[in-house]
Design a protein around this ligand. Structure first.
Ligand code: ADP
Length: 328
């Protein structure tokens, strides 16, 4: 399955300000033949953090090693990773906030000094050896920067926050990826898919792949122009409504409405009641619903907004005499 990932800044759609700034730094680093500055990308899953990191490496013709926070749970693992790098290499760490604190400490020292302090032996006979490291670049990705140690955050010279994409940008991403799959979508068709992508390229591209399978399954000629009617039919099959909301999204909203009387509800209990894992609920389902103005996060928990309540009523989801605690 193609991963439909753009490989150059020129092909990257959206995040205009980030792309503009990055292209300036890339140009400067190319001229100076230096290491790229340590960079942090902040944003919800699927917005393009990994893609941008790979593009930086591609544009600079540098090696990139990819790993993720939870894997780096022992000082020895970090040490062997760092010593395997060469000058100018890029180390990409996804979910950088999930690195345990002791390992974050090793990392931020290495980022600043390009050296590792290794303790050999135990007790009074122990001594510290300073190991020189190559001049590498760390690119971190996270959706929870507040869980990183402040000194680690301070070591990132560039910090970019990625926004959700608007529908026109997502439609363009869909059309471009569609061409790679041999799918020819008209504008209305890609806009409908874009809406269901809820601002996130990964979700939009997943839907596009499913549309591809659906069209193969229904034997519809791939050369034909795919119209809005075809996409509408496809979305109906997936039970995605005109707001772009899926059955899981609706389950979340209905749980908040019935089970918690509109909220506030805590993350754990809401996740349990709506049968979605807390981490998925928080990182995948909730951000688009908040962005659509259907839910808001308050200090006391999640709350259904007036618009959220209206959505439930207007979609005919509020059934008369519906009991609380009914499994959906
Ligand atoms: P993240 O690292 O933020 O979770 P990824 O970089 O893995 O997100 O992107 C998820 C998917 O969306 C990938 O298939 C990627 O190619 C695609 N994608 C993300 N941003 C864009 C974009 N701006 N243009 C085209 N495709 C994109």
């Amino acid at each position: 399955m193609q991963n439909l990932r753009p490989t150059s800044l020129k092909e990257f759609i959206g995040q205009k300000r980030v792309v503009e700034e990055l292209s300036i730094y890339i140009k400067a680093v190319k001229q100076r033949r230096d290491a790229f500055p340590h960079t942090l990308f902040i944003g919800a899953p699927g917005l393009g953090k990994t893609t941008l990191s790979r593009i930086i490496a591609f544009e600079l013709r540098r090696n990139i090693k990819q790993t993720s926070g939870p894997v780096l749970d022992k000082p020895g693992i970090i040490a062997s990773l760092l010593t395997s790098l060469r000058d100018g290499d890029i180390l990409f760490i996804d979910e950088v906030h999930r690195i345990p604190k002791v390992c974050q400490e090793i990392l931020y020292t290495a980022m600043e000094d390009f050296a590792l302090d290794i303790v050999i032996g135990k007790g009074s006979a122990s001594k510290t050896i300073r190991l020189k490291l190559p001049k590498f670049t760390l690119i971190g990705a996270t959706n929870k920067p507040n869980l990183c140690l402040p000194p680690l955050l301070d070591r990132f010279q560039l910090v970019f926050k990625l926004d959700f994409y608007d529908e026109a940008e997502l439609a363009e991403i869909i059309e471009r990826a569609g061409k790679e799959l041999g799918l020819n979508l008209d504008r209305q068709a890609s806009l409908l898919l874009a809406k269901a992508g809820k601002g996130i390229p990964r979700q939009a591209l997943n839907l596009l792949r499913r549309l591809d399978n659906y069209l193969n399954g229904t034997n519809q000629g791939l050369k034909e122009l795919i119209t809005a009617d075809t996409v509408r039919e496809f979305l109906r099959l997936l039970d995605i409504d005109e707001w772009g909301l899926s059955p899981e999204d609706r389950r979340y909203l209905l749980t908040l409405y019935y089970h918690f009387n509109g909220g506030p509800a805590g993350l754990e209990s809401l996740a349990l009641a709506s049968q979605i894992s807390p981490s998925e609920l928080e990182t995948i389902f909730e951000p688009p619903l908040i962005r659509l103005g259907l839910v808001s996060r308050t200090r006391r928990g999640r709350v259904l907004t007036e618009l959220g309540k209206r959505y439930i009523l207007e979609q005919g989801l509020a059934l008369p005499n519906r009991q609380l605690h009914v499994p959906f």
